[in-house]
Design a protein around this ligand. Structure first.
Ligand SMILES: [Fe+2]
Length: 346
């Protein structure tokens, strides 16, 4: 408890500092240029950020930090095909917090497709226990802001989009816990979407706020407690069911947030052991790529990863490979140390 409050206080202080410092290039150097494709003939490119934790007060910090990144995306020389917000968009799922998100997005033309993925904090609104309450239930709020922000009609916490031929599948918890709950209905739907996605022969992108259990340093990385149970900090009870579906297919990318862990290479010897990008073997002996996003708002000074906030990934799909490019959107800076190239199978 004390650690949690301490971390939040220090993070907030640092976020105020970053809001002022980043436009002046004090943290990560001068801007290195606008977002452009790394290679020719990019099939699809998208940005992904997570854990923005917007609040309705102190807008100059929260909305200000977000707008630094949105400006960078909007200024892209090669326009992004999509931007994914991978949960904990709001700090508590309240309407005034969602309105900060809507207001910020309305000012920038970042991409034609916006993927809004629910995080545990987004399910903690004023009526968190009545998910289906038609006035202010979590489901109704999620649907309302999907429509307002992305023009998407969605009546479940999950949905999929096809962008330039590639499937983008957004999974989401159907309860208000820190871990997730995926109903059998959602899991069956997910299995069906994956089967359809695999027929394209193109990479498949799956978004879920919570990481797969025991990946990216979990369960230890969640609260740095050595005796935490295996499911702590991950999807929870349905993790194995999700993995069983993922493992049936090649060229799958699973993108999560939730841990607030800065970029880190798997082979790093400093701090907690994890990789922001990890690989899990599928049933064909090929890799599933697991990508964990840092918190956009909060600094990571407890996991030993890259410290700065404002960070996320740009993903670019080419024939035969997918590039994962780390970028600090708030400073307009590539962070090449953490880049990965993933070869595609088939
Ligand atoms: Fe979060």
């Amino acid at each position: 408890m004390f650690l949690s409050i301490f971390v939040k206080l220090v993070s907030l202080f640092l976020s105020v500092f970053m809001t002022v410092a980043q436009p002046l290039g004090m943290i990560e150097g001068k801007m290195q240029g606008k977002i452009t494709h790394a290679e020719e003939n990019c099939r699809v490119s998208f940005a992904a950020i997570s854990d923005i934790h917007l609040r309705g007060n102190f807008k100059f910090i929260f909305q200000g930090m977000l707008e630094l990144g949105l400006q960078d995306m909007a200024d892209a020389r090669d326009k992004l095909d999509a931007v994914a917000f991978v949960g904990d968009i709001t700090d508590h799922g309240y309407v005034d917090q969602w309105n900060v998100f809507t207001d910020a997005l309305s000012k920038y033309d970042i991409a034609d497709n916006k993927l809004i993925v629910v995080g545990n904090h987004d399910t903690w609104g004023p009526n968190r226990e009545e998910f289906d309450n038609p006035e202010d239930g979590v489901q109704v709020t999620f649907s309302k802001y999907n429509k307002l922000i992305a023009g998407r009609d969605v009546s479940t916490m999950y949905y999929s989009e096809i962008i330039n031929g590639c499937y983008f599948i957004a999974l989401g918890s159907e309860e208000d816990h820190t871990d997730a709950y995926l109903s059998d209905t959602q899991l069956q739907w997910f299995a069906g979407e994956m089967a359809k996605a695999a027929e394209t022969g193109l990479p498949i992108f799956v978004f879920m706020h919570q990481p797969i259990n025991k990946t990216h340093g979990l369960p230890y990385n969640w609260e740095l407690k050595k005796d935490d149970p295996d499911e702590e900090g991950g999807i929870g009870n349905e993790s194995d069911a999700v993995v069983a579906i993922l493992k049936q297919y090649d060229n799958v990318f699973y993108i999560s947030g939730h841990i607030h862990a800065g970029y880190k290479k798997s082979d790093s010897v400093i701090g907690a052991e994890y990789g922001s990008v990890e690989y899990m073997e599928n049933n064909n002996g090929n890799p599933i790529t697991l990508i964990n996003l840092p918190s956009y708002l909060y600094f990571d000074f407890i996991h030993g990863g890259h410290l700065a906030n404002g960070c996320g990934w740009i993903v670019e799909v080419y024939d035969g490979e997918v590039l994962l490019r780390a970028r600090n959107f708030a400073t307009g800076t590539w962070i090449k140390l953490y880049d990965e190239t993933v070869g595609l199978v088939g």
